[in-house]
Design a binder for this molecule. Sequence first.
Ligand code: HEM
Length: 129
Amino acid sequence: MSHEQGFLGFLLLTVLLLVAVAWTGLRAKRRLHIPLVLLTVASLGMAIRFALKVGQHYDLKAAGAITPIHMFMARTATFAYLLPVVTGILTLRQPRHRRLHGIVARVVIVLTLLATLTGALMLWKAPRI
Ligand code: HEM
């Protein structure tokens, strides 16, 4: 498996898992929701590992302003995953936190999509080494 294939595979898996996490959360299927969150985070970790390898095959600096923009988005999205984890645990203890959890979950989903979009743009603009 090439680094590109590994990256694309885990990226797609992460997005599909994230859809499943949102679906099970909205339907209050907790016994599926929480294991799916763990799988999503593991898959995201693998996607990032492969992304760092793929980055070595491209002249990312030559892609221009999109590179620092993507790096910022990718880091923000990754750290933002802590928010639904903390609010998810709070919701397990006190259901009144469900609304807050739903809001931060949506923020994380949007940030993940933005990181994916800016990353694709960056690779498209960067010459292959
Ligand atoms: C990327 C991570 C996560 C995402 C995207 C996510 C998404 C969601 C969404 C969209 C909802 C529905 C909220 C609403 O009604 O607006 C939900 C509910 C919930 N989530 Fe998460 N979640 C995540 C992580 C977690 C974690 C780590 C936990 C617990 C450790 C958790 C526990 C819960 C619980 C208890 C509910 C309420 C279910 C119920 O009403 O019975 N979530 N989640």
